[in-house]
Design a protein around this ligand. Structure first.
Ligand code: SAM
Length: 254
């Protein structure tokens, strides 16, 4: 069972406030500005429940979405079917995924690179992108920037979310830093309840890596990518800084 399988039932409710529309606009703008191709196809790593992919498909893009979690993909396929969107969602591991096609763009959105905990994982993730991009194609992803994570340490949190069935879910997030390995160990505990009953607690561990720009650049160059832009996520013209965790990378396949 994949770590996201249990979480998947709550995923879209938990991220109902995430600005998928604004972020999709930003991605489209980045493609327009940096792409050397006019082609409109995208391979999307860690597509999850398919929200970005559906929005990009509405804008005329042909999408193949890959994810490890069968449950997340089931939700993605249901959502796409409901609006008759034709999106090719496939189960696979982005560290070794293969499809006999080259794309104009590869995306990995919402910190998919953070799940690549070791240098080996990171390199295989980049190699998969490289195998599937045309020369001049773009690889774009967001991640956490190490100097900012170390300066602005994470805090434990608690949130109550209302589900579409009227029930409530309490999510408790605890976070432990492993500085040596550049990992943040996030534990989510979820409990659904209403006035009559509580369901058993669901617990998930997500070890998420944060990065220096140097290490990302090193593995990109080593695998025939050229860094075209490093900026804040959603802000092509704002530089990364130790005050903001997010870092957005635009790399081009040589
Ligand atoms: C935070 S969710 C993001 C989902 C989606 N991109 C979004 O923004 O809503 C992370 C997703 O990455 C997937 N994932 C993590 N590691 C993966 C890997 N090695 N290969 C494929 N999918 C992976 C998980 O299964 C999960 O669905």
């Amino acid at each position: 069972m994949n770590q996201f399988d249990t979480y998947s039932n709550y995923y879209d409710n938990l991220y109902q406030d995430k600005d998928y529309h604004g972020e999709t606009k930003f991605i489209l703008n980045a493609i327009r500005k940096f792409s050397r191709h006019s082609g409109k196809d995208i391979l999307s790593f860690g597509c999850g429940t398919g929200t970005y992919e559906i929005l990009l498909n509405k804008k005329g893009y042909t999408i193949v979405g890959v994810d490890l979690s069968a449950k997340m993909l089931e939700i993605a396929r249901d959502k796409a079917n409901q609006i008759k969107a034709k999106i090719d969602f496939r189960q696979g591991d982005v560290r070794k995924f293969k499809i006999n096609k080259k794309f104009d763009n590869v995306l990995a959105l919402f910190n998919i690179v953070g799940y690549q905990n070791t240098n080996n994982d990171l390199e295989n993730f980049i190699k998969t992108a490289g195998r599937h991009l045309k020369s001049g194609g773009l690889f774009m992803f967001d991640c956490w920037y190490q100097p900012a994570v170390l300066k602005n340490r994470p805090e434990n949190r608690q949130r109550i979310i209302k589900l579409s069935n009227g029930h409530l879910v309490k999510r408790t997030t605890t976070q432990i830093l492993d500085i040596e390995k550049s990992l943040l160990h996030i534990t989510f505990r979820l409990r659904e309840f209403n006035s009559l009953k509580k369901t058993p607690e669901v617990k998930e561990n997500h070890p998420m890596r944060f990065f220096t720009l140097n290490e990302i650049d090193y593995f990109l160059k080593k695998n025939n990518f050229n860094l075209r832009r490093v900026c804040r996520f959603k802000h092509l013209n704002k530089p990364i800084s130790e005050n903001n965790w997010d870092m957005f990378i635009i790399a081009e396949k040589l």
